[in-house]
Design a protein around this ligand. Structure first.
Ligand SMILES: [Zn+2]
Length: 425
């Protein structure tokens, strides 16, 4: 009997070891919006968050702050909050467990909903970079007059970066352009998922979206950072990766591709530390992925009317500038288009987006793609931070359908406003 108990105890131990991951015991705390926090507390939080092995600030800005804290630091952290009599709540009591469950679900869904190579990707699950590339190739084969795929570069790990151009098939050239990308930050899986849904709507639902394709072509890069995106799909331990995968120093890997653009590069909101999540890179455009997006921006700038880059999480619709709190001269145009997206989403689902300039609504982030595209000539340039899900950056697969449809309502409304404001010359 005692031997049986020993075997049982041992196998439980083994099972626990198999199951535990890097984020075991990590908690996520939600703090009130900045207005409700004291400056003293915010200074203390800023000091704590420099310890980036134990703290990660998931969100700040004008939304409630979310901070992920290592088990060893939780007591300290809570004492700090209590010392300032701050109301907080534990949003997630074990990030490791949440990720473990999500990975198990994702594995099941992959088997249940394989990509059948038929130009249809549903909203049941998240897809790999390879599947998304195959999907756009299949669409182009199916609709050779309307859908065009182009290889525009390679990532550091040599993955093919492909754009899909969607037209209404009337063969007219030199239309205006809306340029969209997703998957800058590896862990923000809902971004490529939304791009896939956008592609599906524009290609397969032409009757509803004909006005968006009459005088406009859409050029879309679904995954800007494919190496990082694939890395986050490897295991629970890598799920929270944000950066590219090119070594940044002897000890660390990756640069924040959205701090790597050559416009006021590294002038704020980025880090010089190669190990940090917001590392700006050794120089502007050190990352081949950022260079690819830059080339796309320049090659479409003459006809480009809106640049839209999809991130998570907010929800925010952000416009330039991200390098300064000053506002562009044409802020009224930017705000008008953002407002159209805001109104449409609010009416559709009740989700309340914040709209404003990146620096004023979220934080300083110099060297980002939206500032770069705006400066290069796109009159409308937005970063859309989709709503949080799961622990923040990781909405579960069950949330995809609802989130991508909601976001599409906003994108379509903004595009309609752009089409109206900037008719074909
Ligand atoms: Zn992002």
């Amino acid at each position: 009997m005692s031997v049986l108990w020993l075997v049982l105890a041992l196998s439980c131990l083994v099972l626990q070891q198999v199951q535990s991951n890097k984020y075991e015991g990590y908690k996520i705390y939600e703090l009130p919006k900045a207005k409700a926090r004291s400056a003293v507390l915010d200074q203390a939080l800023a000091v704590l968050s420099m310890n980036d092995t134990h703290y990660e600030v998931f969100s700040s800005g004008s939304q409630p702050a979310r901070i992920m804290v290592h088990p060893e630091e939780q007591l300290n952290f809570v004492q700090l909050l209590d010392g300032h009599s701050l109301n907080y709540r534990v949003l997630n009591s074990n990030v490791g467990r949440t990720l473990r469950r999500q990975f198990a679900t994702d594995r099941k869904l992959r088997n249940k909903f394989p990509y059948r190579g038929n130009g249809r990707l549903g909203t049941e699950r998240f897809y790999s970079h390879g599947e998304i590339n195959q999907y756009i190739e299949d669409l182009a084969q199916e609709q050779p007059r309307r859908v065009f795929v182009k290889t525009v570069g390679r990532s550091y790990e040599r993955r093919l970066m492909k754009t899909v151009t969607i037209t209404n098939g009337d063969g007219r050239r030199n239309k205006n352009v809306i340029l969209v990308d997703g998957g800058f930050h590896a862990r923000e899986w809902i971004s490529p998922a939304t791009v896939v849904y956008l592609i599906d709507e524009l290609v397969n639902n032409l009757s509803e979206n004909a006005d968006l394709l009459l005088d406009y072509d859409w050029v879309i890069l679904p995954v800007v950072n494919p190496d990082g995106y694939e890395y986050t799909q490897l295991s629970e331990d890598t799920r929270m990766w944000r950066k590219t995968r090119k070594p940044s120093s002897a000890d660390c890997i990756g640069t924040d591709p959205n701090r790597n653009f050559d416009f006021h590069w590294n002038e704020g909101g980025a880090s010089d530390n190669p190990c940090a999540d917001t590392y700006a890179g050794s120089n502007a455009f050190s990352e081949p992925e950022a260079q690819v997006v830059s080339d796309l921006i320049h090659s479409h700038a003459a006809r480009g009317k809106m640049y839209l880059t999809l991130h998570s999480f907010g929800p925010y619709i952000l416009y330039p500038w991200g390098w300064t709190s000053d506002l562009p001269d044409t802020v009224a145009d930017l705000h008008e288009v953002a407002q159209a997206g805001f109104d449409a989403i609010l009416a559709d689902t009740g989700t309340f987006y914040e709209i404003g300039s990146s620096t004023n609504k979220l934080y300083v982030a110099a060297g980002a793609s939206d500032d770069y595209a705006f400066n290069a000539g796109f009159p409308i340039s937005f970063t859309m931070e989709l709503p949080p899900g799961g622990t923040g950056f990781d909405p579960p697969a069950s949330a995809i359908d609802r989130m991508v449809k909601e976001t599409f309502v906003g994108i379509a409304a903004m595009a309609r406003k752009v089409v109206q404001k900037y008719p074909l010359a």
